[in-house]
Design a protein around this ligand. Sequence first.
Ligand code: FAD
Length: 106
Amino acid sequence: PVDKDTLGRSTWNLLHTMAAYFPDKPKKEDQKSAEDFLVGLSKTYPCPHCAEDFREDLKKNPPVLKNREDFSKWMCEMHNRVNEKLGKDKFDCSRVMERWYEGWKD
Ligand code: FAD
């Protein structure tokens, strides 16, 4: 069976890394690919109640795909909304590149 926490950690790993390596000057096509990926993930994420909230959240807070920094910040804030819902501590989004571009050990 799917372990929600393992799935979540691996997915955040992918999502934050994707944002941290997003182009500084994205083409329209890069922006569309990222948006399509998120919308697709929100429809297929194999935790149905997580996916439902994820789709709602995407509608209320559409991804900011202007550049790497803004996308990374947006992803961090999205993750913080989930942290908040689950009663977890908020992550300091000023450190998001340090965590996901340079990388640190948990
Ligand atoms: P995680 O939250 O998985 O975080 C992994 C690592 O990311 C942390 O160790 C930290 O270094 C870093 N991090 C933490 N916060 C941030 C941030 N804001 N920005 C950048 N880096 C950060 N679980 C549920 O039980 N219910 C749900 O409804 C639910 N919805 C989810 C929706 C999505 C889209 C995803 C990807 C996951 C969802 N999860 C949900 C899983 C949940 O978010 C966690 O992944 C899971 O609870 C394991 O948590 P964790 O404490 O190990 O760290």
